[in-house]
Each structure stands twice: as structure tokens, then as C-alpha cells.
Write a protein that binds this ligand. Structure first.
Ligand SMILES: [Zn+2]
Length: 496
């Protein structure tokens, strides 16, 4: 958990550090130095301009789902069909926070792009050939410096060991910094992104050592963050209206997450399914245009920003945010709720392949995946699970989607687990071909295999991306798309 005074502390340190630096001039492959205040989250007291009033369209309540058109989407473990990443476990319980007001200025969001083992090295590049490096605890021997790239950063017994590239005839050099965060950014007046692992990341990078890992976190202005989200979320052939609707949903979701985590941990979101997919910098023209067209616009309900969850395909059966994605009672609002009855949604994603699907997984695989998930999640009953003889729906959400599955074994024993956890357990195997697209499915055990018949792709809460594309293809605007999938909301322009 992060110290709540974190940003303030950082700013003070920056000032101290700059004073010290002015008084010093040291050398270590130092080509220059610069000053820059550390960005922090924008204030949020918002004066907002209402752009569009959405009429509550209640063609069907929204019940449970997730993920995105092309791939990922947020929260609740839907996995990218092209990506074998492990879906996330349910987030740890934290005190629920109320939804935020629309921020009056563009927020800077903190995105964790990578978690490395303590023994691993971080290698940073920049097209200019150098980067600026700032220690958290500047001292007479530690100061902001410009270092030749590629720069290798390793955790050492006392802090960090920094090794710069060769510079002409000067060999590569190493230097130690004491413990604390390191900040990496482009040299002054260079807006090109940093490069790590072959990916370009906009913003400035913080390298943070936790008790067990090295976290790489990008602090990036919201509007620079979003294109790399949208580019990953939707297929390139999809229409601009779907892109723009997705941009506003992703921006609203990010505003809520930023408010949720501020002062609680050293990042707001991860680059991945637990939050939103993020590919870093992108040249995807549709994504860039969608973000530009909707700049500063967020979804608001009762004056507060909506946690605009979205998923790939609802399969005609939308889901409720609370109970599926979150236990936060402040998220129990009309835009992401299905009400207390079950109803199928029509005229949505049914013409896409993901609307209904079938899958077969050998029973031994199902058992092994459940055992592994049980072992990793303190479920001794699952860790010791015998061969399943039946898997049935124990309880349903109001939407009609499964809430709990009951797994009965050949010896007569049985265990229950949450349906979303069941999907996480299946998908943790990392085998994209046998990923469960959603937990809205019927399971039959036959001939040594579990045969799944399911609907939709993802958790099904909020925007149905395939449905948004279907609407856009028929000429609906992004305003109409958002009005359908987030009833009882308005679009407001929160910042310029
Ligand atoms: Zn749908």
C-alpha cells in the first residue's frame, strides 16, 4: 500500500533535490540535467458541460459479463483469445469508495505496465539516445542525470545499480543509487516515448521496488493513455462510432479507478485485463481520432462519474456490476445494473460468432485446473478435488447468469464455487484454445470430457462491444450507443 502523502512528498523532494543539484556538478556519463515538477493527479471539483442527455433505454437489464471486442476488456477475467495470459483473481477487498465527481482538469493516471522479479534487469531505451534519471532521495552524490541508452537498471543490496551504454570512446559506466523510487523520463523537450521490452510507453516511468518485485509504473496524462487502450479493445475494421463510445467508456472507467486507488497503492490500473488493456503508444488512426473527438468527455450518473465497465459480447444476457465485478455498493447504479429480473437483450451481438459457443475440455484437464486454482487461492476443497461427475448451476444471478457452480465428484462429494472464479480457474491454464469465453454456460460431462455450451464473451456488464459495433454499423452515433448500454447517464465534458 502506498503512503497517502506520496505525491506531496515527491514534490517536496523534487524541490530539495533541485536545490542540491544546482549546487553540484558531478559526472557519471552525465550529459545534462533538467528540472521538472512531478505530476500528480488532477484536482477533481468539476465544472462540466453537458454534451448529451441520454435517455434511459431499457431494452433489457444488464446482467453480467465482460471483455472486449477484439480482445480483452476489463476486469473479471475474460481473456483475450489471442493472448494466453492468466486471468486475474478477484481483487482484494478494500473499503469501497464513492464514485468521483468529474475532474475539472485532465488527470494523470498511473499504469503498472510490468512486474519483474527482484533479480531481473530493467533495460530502457529512448530514440534520442539518452534518458533522464531521478532518484527519490537525492543527496550530494545522487542527482538527476542524463544517461546514455540503453540503460540497465538492477536492484542491488543497497538500492539500484545503473549501467549506461557506451558513449563514443567512453565505456559503459555503472553507478549505485540508494533505495527508493527511480524516475525515468525523456530528456527535456523530447516528447517521444520511452521504450521497454520493445514497446513504446508514453509518460514518465517510475521504477519501484516492493518487498517481492520491481514494478514499472507509467504516469501518463489521460488523453495520452487512452488511444493505446482503444486500439487494443476493438477490431481495426470496426466503425468510428464504436471507437468513440469505447473511448468515453474507457475514460470514465479510468477516472473511477484513479479515484479508487489514490493514496492506496503506487498505481491506479494495470495494463491488462484486471483494469484495461493498454498497448502503450499507438498509431491506430481510429483510436486516436476517437479519443480526440471525445476529449475530456465522461459518463455521469447523478453528477458522479460512472464505472463504465464493458465486455466483448453479452450474448444477449447482460450482467449486473455488483456481485459480478465488484462488491462496492456505490456501483449499484442504473447504468451498470440489470435490475432484479432476468431479461434477454435482443438486437445486440447475436449476429456475431461469440454470441453462442461450444467448447470441450478433457475431464482430467478440468480437474487439474480446478486443483491448481484451489491451491493458489486457499481452497483446500478444490485443491484436493476428485474427478468431477457433474457440474451444475447451484445459484443464478437475477440476470439468469450462473452465480455459483456445484461440482459433484464420483465419490459423492461436492464443492461450490463462484461462476466467475470457475472461469478464472479454467482460463488460468493459459491455453487460449480452451478458454471459457464466459461463465454463462451449461456444462455436461460426457465421454471423459466437460462439454460447455455458452453465450457471450466476457462478464457482460455495461457496454457490449460487439453490440456497439452492430449499432454503429447501422448508423447509430456514439451518443446513441452509450445511451443504450449505460441507461440513465449523461455525457459531460469534464476537462478541455
Ligand atoms: Zn451483446
Amino acid at each position: 500500500m502506498e503512503d497517502p502523502s506520496y505525491n506531496r512528498r515527491w514534490s517536496l523532494l523534487s524541490v530539495c533535490f533541485l536545490r542540491q543539484f544546482v549546487a553540484l556538478s558531478l559526472s557519471f556519463a552525465v550529459v545534462g540535467c533538467a528540472s521538472e515538477s512531478v505530476g500528480s493527479a488532477a484536482s477533481r471539483s468539476g465544472s462540466s458541460v453537458v454534451l448529451a442527455q441520454q435517455t434511459a433505454q431499457s431494452d433489457a437489464p444488464i446482467l453480467s459479463g465482460q471483455m472486449s471486442g477484439q480482445m480483452s476488456g476489463q476486469m473479471s477475467g475474460q481473456s483475450d483469445p489471442l493472448d494466453a495470459s492468466v486471468p486475474p483473481a478477484k481483487p482484494e477487498p478494500i473499503l469501497p469508495r464513492p464514485l468521483p465527481l468529474p475532474p475539472s482538469t485532465e488527470p494523470v493516471v498511473a499504469i503498472r505496465i510490468e512486474t519483474l522479479q527482484l533479480s531481473e534487469s530493467v533495460v530502457i531505451n529512448h530514440p534520442s539516445g539518452s534518458i533522464r534519471l531521478s532518484p527519490e532521495h537525492p543527496s550530494p552524490s545522487e542527482f538527476e542525470c542524463v544517461v546514455k541508452t540503453p540503460v540497465t537498471i538492477q536492484s542491488s543490496a543497497d538500492g539500484w545499480r545503473i549501467t549506461s551504454a557506451r558513449d563514443g570512446n567512453r565505456p559503459s559506466q555503472s553507478r549505485d543509487f540508494s533505495a527508493g523510487e527511480l524516475t525515468v523520463r525523456a530528456v527535456a523537450n523530447d516528447s517521444k516515448p520511452l521504450s521497454f521490452n520493445g514497446v513504446n510507453w508514453p509518460g514518465k516511468m517510475r521504477i519501484i521496488r516492493t518487498a517481492t518485485s520491481i514494478d514499472l509504473v507509467m504516469d501518463v496524462p489521460m488523453e495520452s493513455y487512452l488511444p493505446g487502450v482503444i486500439a487494443k479493445e476493438l477490431y481495426s475494421s470496426w466503425c468510428q462510432a464504436a471507437y468513440s463510445a469505447q473511448a468515453i467508456a474507457a475514460r470514465s472507467f479510468a477516472v473511477v479507478e484513479e479515484a479508487r486507488w489514490q493514496g492506496r497503492r503506487h498505481y491506479d490500473m494495470v495494463a491488462g485485463q484486471q483494469s484495461q488493456a493498454w498497448v502503450g503508444s499507438t498509431d491506430n488512426a481510429k483510436a486516436i481520432a476517437a479519443v480526440r473527438e471525445t476529449r475530456g468527455q465522461v459518463l455521469v450518473h447523478d453528477g458522479l462519474v460512472v464505472p463504465a465497465y464493458y465486455s466483448s459480447a453479452c450474448g444477449g444476457r447482460p450482467a449486473n456490476a455488483v456481485g459480478v465485478l465488484t462488491d462496492n455498493p456505490y456501483h449499484d447504479i442504473a447504468p451498470v445494473s440489470t435490475g432484479d429480473h432476468s431479461a434477454l437483450r435482443t438486437g445486440c451481438c447475436e449476429n456475431f460468432k461469440v454470441a453462442t459457443w461450444k467448447l470441450s475440455i478433457p475431464l482430467a484437464q478440468v480437474q487439474a485446473r480446478l486443483q491448481r486454482w484451489g491451491g493458489a487461492n486457499r481452497r483446500a476443497d478444490l485443491a484436493a478435488l476428485r474427478t468431477p461427475s457433474s457440474i451444475t448451476v447451484e445459484e443464478k444471478h437475477a440476470s439468469g447468469r450462473p452465480k455459483f457452480f456445484r461440482i459433484t465428484t464420483a465419490n459423492g462429494g461436492s464443492v461450490t464455487m463462484e461462476a466467475e472464479d470457475f472461469r478464472r480457474a479454467m482460463n488460468a491454464a493459459g491455453d487460449a484454445k480452451t478458454n471459457l469465453k464466459s461463465c454463462d454456460c451449461h456444462i455436461q460431462i460426457r465421454a471423459g470430457a466437460a462439454e460447455f455450451s455458452g453465450r457471450g464473451f466476457g462478464h457482460g456488464v455495461g457496454l457490449c462491444q460487439h453490440g456497439a459495433q452492430a449499432m454503429g454499423a447501422k448508423g447509430s452515433s456514439f451518443v446513441q450507443i452509450l445511451a443504450r448500454y449505460y441507461p440513465d447517464t449523461m455525457i459531460v465534458k469534464a476537462w478541455k
